[in-house]
Ligand binder design. Structure first.
Ligand code: NAD
Length: 309
C-alpha cells in the first residue's frame, strides 16, 4: 500500500517511523513545504528501514507524486507553544488545511482514499477537511481522542495494576480542553469499574478520579513544557489507526468524523468501528447525566469554534 504524509515536522516524521514499523506500506511518500526538511527525513528513515521492512521512502516536492495513495495523513501546521491551547491554533491551521486538502484531492482517487487528520484543533480541522474534500465523512478520519484514551488507559493501568490491553475506557468529545471521560462505561476484563475495584480490593475514590481527569487533560501541556512538542503518542495512535484500516480490523477507536448537516454539523470523538472503508459505525456508550452534559458541552464548543471560521 502507498501511504502519503503531508507535514514532516516533529509529528509527521514520528508518524512516518511508526507507519514504517507496521510493515504495511510498500511505499511512504513525504511532503512538506520545507523540502529540505522532508528530504532529510526521507534519507534518515530510509536508513532506518534497512534494519526493518523493505519500504520505499521518498520525499517529493509536488503533490503529483502522491497519486495512487490509499491513505493520506495530514500532520502539517502550527503546533502549540508552551501555554497555548489547541484552539489558539485555529486560524493558522485553517489556512494550512485550506492549502493542502484541495491539492491532495487533485491527485488521489476520491472513491477510495482515506484522509487521516492530525492537525489541531483536530475536530474543527476534520470538519473543514471534509467540507473541502467533499469525501464521505466516513473517510475523513481525525485521530480524535485516540491519544487521550490511551493516556487514560495508561494511567488506569498503573493505578489498577492491570494491562492497558484489558482496559476499555474512553475519553470522548473534543480532542481538547473540553474532552470528557465516560467513567460509566469503563470496563476492565468484562467488569464495570466499581465491580473490578471491589473484587480486586482497590479503591478509586472520586478524588482519585478527578486527579486522573486532570492528568489526562494536562498530559499534552506537560509534555510540551518538558519536550517542546508531543510526537510519540500521536505517532502510535496514527499507526494503530492505519493498521486498523489496512487490515480491515473493525476495532472500536475513539476517532473524530463529521456527522449531521446545517447547525447539527459536527465532528467529535465517539467509539467508532473502523475498517477498510473508514468508519463503519458509531456507538453511544452508557453515560450518566453529568457525563452526557459534559459531552453536550464539548460538542457545543467544537461547533462554536467551527462557526468562527
Ligand atoms: P512542526 O512545527 O514540528 O511541523 C509542522 C510541519 O508542517 C512543518 O515541517 C511545516 O513546514 C509543515 N507545514 C506547515 N504548513 C504546511 C503546508 N501548507 N503544506 C505543507 N507543509 C506544511 O509541528 P508538529 O509538532 O509536527 O505538529 C504538527 C501538527 O500536529 C500541529 O497542528 C499539532 O498541534 C498537531 N498535533 C496533533 C496531535 C493530535 O493528537 N491530533 C498531537 C500532537 C500534535
Amino acid at each position: 500500500m502507498k501511504i502519503s504524509i503531508i507535514g514532516i515536522g516533529s509529528v509527521g516524521s514520528a508518524v512516518a517511523t511508526a507507519v514504517k514499523n507496521t510493515g504495511l506500506a510498500h511505499e511512504i511518500v513525504l511532503f512538506d513545504r520545507d523540502g529540505v526538511r522532508a528530504r532529510a527525513a526521507a534519507e534518515d528513515l530510509g536508513h532506518a528501514a534497512a534494519f526493518s521492512y523493505d519500504v520505499k521512502i521518498t520525499a517529493v516536492n509536488t503533490y503529483r507524486a502522491i497519486r495512487g495513495s490509499e491513505i493520506v495523513i495530514i500532520a502539517a501546521g502550527a503546533n502549540q507553544r508552551p501555554g497555548q491551547t489547541r484552539t489558539d491554533l485555529l486560524h493558522a491551521n485553517v489556512a494550512v488545511i485550506g492549502d493542502i486538502v484541495p491539492r491532495v484531492m487533485a491527485h488521489v482517487d476520491p472513491k477510495n482514499v482515506k484522509l487521516i487528520i492530525v492537525t489541531n484543533p483536530l475536530d474543527v480541522m476534520v470538519m473543514l477537511a471534509q467540507k473541502i474534500s467533499k469525501l464521505p465523512p466516513s473517510r475523513v478520519i481525525g485521530t480524535g481522542t485516540m491519544l487521550d484514551s490511551a493516556r487514560l488507559r495508561t494511567i488506569l493501568s498503573r493505578q489498577l495494576s492491570v494491562s492497558t490491553q484489558s482496559i476499555n475506557a474512553y475519553v470522548l468529545g473534543e480532542h481538547g480542553d473540553s474532552s470528557m471521560i465516560a467513567w460509566s462505561s469503563a470496563c476492565i476484563g468484562g467488569l464495570d469499574l466499581a465491580t473490578f475495584c471491589k473484587q480486586t480490593k482497590i479503591t478509586l475514590p472520586m478524588t482519585t478520579r478527578r486527579t486522573i481527569e486532570h492528568r489526562v487533560h494536562n498530559a499534552a501541556y506537560e509534555i510540551i513544557q518538558g519536550r517542546g512538542a508531543t510526537w510519540d503518542g500521536i505517532a502510535g495512535a496514527v499507526a494503530d489507526l492505519v493498521r486498523c484500516i489496512v487490515n480491515d480490523e473493525r476495532r472500536i477507536l475513539t476517532v473524530s468524523v463529521a456527522d449531521g448537516v446545517g447547525d447539527r454539523f459536527l465532528s467529535m470523538s465517539l467509539p467508532r468501528i473502523v475498517g477498510n472503508c473508514g468508519v463503519i459505525g458509531t456507538l453511544m456508550p452508557r453515560m450518566d447525566a453529568t457525563e452526557s452534559a459534559a459531552l453536550r458541552r464539548s460538542a457545543k464548543i467544537i461547533r462554536k469554534n467551527f462557526s468562527m471560521l
